[in-house]
Ligand binder design. Structure first.
Ligand code: LR7
Ligand code: MN
Length: 685
């Protein structure tokens, strides 16, 4: 074939092809048009959802709640907001008006920014469970997950591309992940709908996912029956395919880059079960509150001082600026450290200002923040409730740095990451736990007793809406928390289960608890350690009311015959009282005189109220006795049990006395029954 002919042939081919394409397009348009006009009669629910979602989006007030700041509405809107909060324990009206993908400030310890993570990390399946959660709150939670793994996030550009060992350039993501995916490390998000009844969580949510989110990354699992917290999570875990599962409540927002620290740690130790630091999202304003946070903008550090007065003075003589800023010569500064100082001096010319001085370790140049962002870890009460406790001093030493994984005796249960294979090895969940509660302590004890670790990862922070009540109903008339906790106690707490039954005698040998044989077999199979081991090694600080005491039980007053009683008063510092003695040991009358000399119940210690006026000491002195959080340092919380059966407060020298009212008082020690106390079980009697 010569050239012109060949050209001609090609032109014909092209023309034919073009005609074909145009014909197909015309036919397609025609067909679509037909469909559209037919749609006037046949109803397409997706159109309806689309309309609703557009209306939702129009409602959003730009800037509201941005940065995690408190959002406020005014006038009628404020009232409507408060109304919705009363019903649902979340200001839903406000939530509907805050951007679904709002930003949060970076609340992390600044040292987190310098951590270098591996380029390749395990893949993550994020599992969100919900029952009738407010629609906009759920959507915001999903956005917050997606945002944390987007390639256009600032942390991504700073991420480590070069493998330190091989020198090879690494692609961020999990092994086998499509390098063009806009999301790194994320395998999938699984939404587990625990049989919600709210219509917007059905078709509209699905439509939102299909049109506004990456639908190939999000699965919705609809449970045909309401099964509760434990079994919803379990249902999610059954379909998950990622290396690591990250469970979340459906009212959470994570701080920048919160997922990578979790994946990194599990890559290092597959038996580490992790929780982020759980911060507070206010149910009324959606304000993000991050513990005792770095609110200061300036940090500057030095590791030892070599400044010489005269050297500085010499420098000052030559200086021509308005402000003198002295620095040692071994400092590194945080962003924008200077302006706040200048600003302050401009406002107040006689102020001498000092930045916050952090420490850089002389040995390894580790930057540790002097006033670290504090966070708490998990504890528990023998009543079976999760509590927050300060990081024990010995743990601060063990972990080595403020941002290192921090051991936690228990977890709250809703937000955690676990290696998927390890989850199954460890016995998944007790599937016979219904409703709400109990599963968190069960998993916590199981992790520790069976060879894993439970850790809080300081560089991973997630806000959670702590609601003041459950807006949803639970299985009618069933105390699921009590029953689930009894199941847990039967399997994991050995003899210490008695301390739970002390609070819930009705559950002792109660058939409602059901059978736990298979969980006991699991414990055998995994060769798990005892609860005693757990208390002695993992939670040494836990006060055990029958162990760490000289005496415990009811404290009965000799004059009135009444017993010491908390009177179920709640609060930071509440007066200690007396009440008719119960025939058996009830929790409100369960007191102890500890080996440290504290007069206490499980969490609180008796103190004599601070004297306001000097010179008050006289015959008639009578002070209030308050129950406050035990500090373990004896000052103000030490009592002696005298051979005369008086309880004497060490600092004030006053004795505990039952008077006319229902509150006890601390008074001058004197004879008489009002100051004599009989303790049920005591080595000192
Ligand atoms: O029947 C239900 N089915 C569900 O799917 C009841 C609830 N749920 C969903 C619900 O929509 C939510 O997403 O389960 C999740 C947890 O329910 P919440 O938010 O009402 O529980 P909570 O935050 O008050 O309670 C804490 O303890 C529970 C014990 O069963 C769970 O472990 C929660 O996940 C847990 N929350 C946290 O750990 C967050 C930190 C809170 C603290 C302290
Ligand atoms: Mn919750």
């Amino acid at each position: 074939m010569n050239l012109p002919v060949r050209k001609c042939y090609h032109a014909a081919k092209l023309a034919f092809f073009l005609i074909l394409v145009v014909t197909i397009l015309t036919l397609f348009e025609h067909w679509r048009g037909g469909k559209r006009s037919a749609g006037a009669q046949s109803y397409d629910p997706d159109d309806e959802y689309e309309k609703e979602i557009l209306e939702d989006e129009a409602r959003i007030i730009p800037g509201l709640g941005e940065g995690g700041l408190a959002a406020h509405l005014v006038g009628e809107a404020k009232r409507l907001g408060e109304e919705s909060e009363k019903k649902l324990a979340i200001n839903v009206y406000l939530s509907d008006r805050i951007a679904y993908n709002r930003t949060l400030k970076d609340y992390r310890n600044p040292a987190c920014k310098r951590v270098v993570y591996d380029a390749e990390l395990p893949s993550a399946s994020v599992i969100l469970i919900f029952h009738n959660e407010p629609y906009s709150v759920v959507i915001r939670t999903i956005w917050s997950v997606l945002n944390s793994v987007r390639r256009d996030q600032p942390w991504y550009s700073r991420a480590n591309y070069v493998d330190r060992e091989t020198g090879q350039t690494m692609k961020l993501g999990y092994p086998g992940q499509d390098p063009k995916s806009p999301y790194v490390y994320l395998k999938e998000i699984i939404l587990v709908d625990d049989n919600s009844t709210l219509p917007e969580l059905k078709g509209k949510l699905r439509h939102y996912v299909r049109t506004r989110l990456p639908p190939d990354l999000i699965r919705i699992l609809r449970l045909p029956d309401r099964v509760g917290v434990t079994r919803s999570r379990h249902a999610g875990s059954r379909v998950a395919t990622g290396d690591v599962m990250i469970f979340l409540d459906s009212h959470c927002e994570g701080v920048v880059d919160w997922i990578r620290p979790l994946l990194q740690r599990i890559k290092e130790n597959r038996k580490a079960v992790l929780t982020p630091v759980i911060d507070l999202l206010e149910q009324d304003t959606f304000e993000y509150q991050a513990g005792d946070i770095f609110n200061f903008e300036v940090t500057l550090r030095g590791f030892y001082g070599v400044g010489l007065t005269r050297a500085r003075l010499a420098g000052a003589r030559y200086a021509a600026g308005d402000v003198l800023v002295f620095l040692d010569s071994h400092c590194e500064t945080q962003t924008d450290w200077l302006r706040p100082l200048l600003q302050r001096i401009k406002v107040s010319p006689h102020a001498v200002v000092v930045p916050i001085i952090d420490v850089i370790e002389a040995s390894n140049f580790y930057y540790s923040v002097q006033d670290p962002v504090t966070f708490q870890v998990g504890g528990f009460t023998f009543m079976g409730h999760f509590t927050w406790i300060d990081v024990p001093e010995r743990e601060k030493k063990r972990r080595g740095s403020d941002i290192a994984p921090t051991w936690s005796p228990t977890m709250a249960g809703g937000l955690f990451a676990i290696n998927r294979a390890y989850y199954w090895e460890l016995g998944a969940y007790d599937e016979q736990m219904a409703g709400w509660g109990g599963e968190n302590l069960e998993m916590s004890f199981r992790i520790w007793q069976c060879g894993g670790t439970l850790e809080t990862i300081p560089c991973s922070r997630v806000g959670h809406v702590f609601r003041s009540f459950h807006p949803y109903g639970l299985p009618a008339h069933t105390d699921t928390h009590g029953i689930n906790t009894a199941r847990m106690a039967e399997v994991w707490m050995d003899d210490y289960a008695e301390l739970f039954y002390l609070h819930r005698p009705d559950l002792r040998k109660n058939p409602k608890i059901g059978d736990v044989t298979h969980r006991r077999i699991l414990r055998e199979k995994l060769k798990c350690k005892s609860f005693q081991w757990y208390l002695e090694n993992i939670y040494k600080e836990k006060f055990v009311p029958v162990r760490d005491v000289f005496g415990f039980g009811r404290f009965r007053n000799a004059a009135s015959g009444l017993c010491l009683d908390t009177l179920q008063r709640e609060g930071e510092a509440v007066a200690l009282g007396v009440y008719t003695c119960h025939s058996r040991l009830e929790p409100t009358q369960h007191f102890a005189l500890s080996l440290r000399g504290e007069l206490r119940d499980e969490e609180k210690c008796a103190e004599v109220q601070y004297k306001r006026h000097a010179g008050e000491i006289g015959e008639d002195v009578s002070r209030r006795v308050l129950m406050v959080t035990c500090h373990g340092k004896q000052r103000g919380q030490k009592w002696r049990y005298l051979p005369s059966k008086q309880l004497q407060h060490a600092d004030s020298g006053l004795c505990l006395a039952a008077g006319a009212g229902e509150d006890v008082r601390a008074q001058r020690c004197a004879g008489g029954g009002a100051q004599r106390w009989d303790i049920d079980y005591s080595e000192l009697n």
